[in-house]
Design a protein around this ligand. Structure first.
Ligand SMILES: [Fe+2]
Length: 176
């Protein structure tokens, strides 16, 4: 699908799945890519919507995520470790802790260009873009995120539900 930097990044993420510490190995691969984002940005393909699947297999999924300006997505989990690295703009991550079926906001973290964050398989987060320009990040999941059953929460009612893209999109609000 891609040549050059993105292709090497995907290969490094695939190799990371058999490392002793796959999350750290993915972080190492991404840190090299985001240290010089121009190389990655030059290869970003045109895509519609917010997500571009660069690679997907049972052990690892690599996405480009372009978060729409002034939007906030609903909280969700992934059911697998994830590493996020920013290329352009910022993502605000709201981290929640589980309390039975409910979730409680714990802290907020802003990641910008060249910065990364890791999430464990049970972690719950929600992503927002507070700016007037789209953000772009690489999101790597240590599994097939598209096929995984996972959970989405409605912040207004507090209700938990099975994750679906349609429900996710329906619950996106403006950030400001
Ligand atoms: Fe997420």
């Amino acid at each position: 699908m891609t040549d050059g930097v993105l292709k090497r990044l995907i290969e490094a993420c695939r190799e990371a799945t058999s490392a002793a510490d796959p999350t750290q190995a993915v972080r190492d691969a991404l840190s090299m890519a985001v240290a010089r984002p121009d190389g990655v940005l030059a290869e970003v393909p045109e895509f519609e919507g917010e997500d571009c699947i660069l690679h997907r297999e049972s052990a690892v999924s690599v996405f480009l995520v372009r978060q729409t300006p002034n939007t906030a997505g609903p909280p969700h989990d992934h059911g697998m470790p994830a590493v996020i690295a920013m290329l352009e703009g910022v993502e605000i991550h709201r981290h929640f802790r589980r309390d039975g079926d409910e979730i409680v906001l714990e802290r907020e973290e802003t990641v910008g260009p060249g910065q990364m964050l890791s999430l464990g398989p049970d972690d719950v987060h929600a992503i927002a873009n507070p700016d007037d320009t789209a953000s772009l990040g690489v999101h790597v999941y240590l599994g097939d995120i598209v096929g995984r059953e996972r959970t989405l929460w409605d912040l207004r009612s507090g209700a938990a539900m099975a994750f679906s893209v349609g429900d996710y999109d329906r619950m996106v609000t403006s950030w400001r």
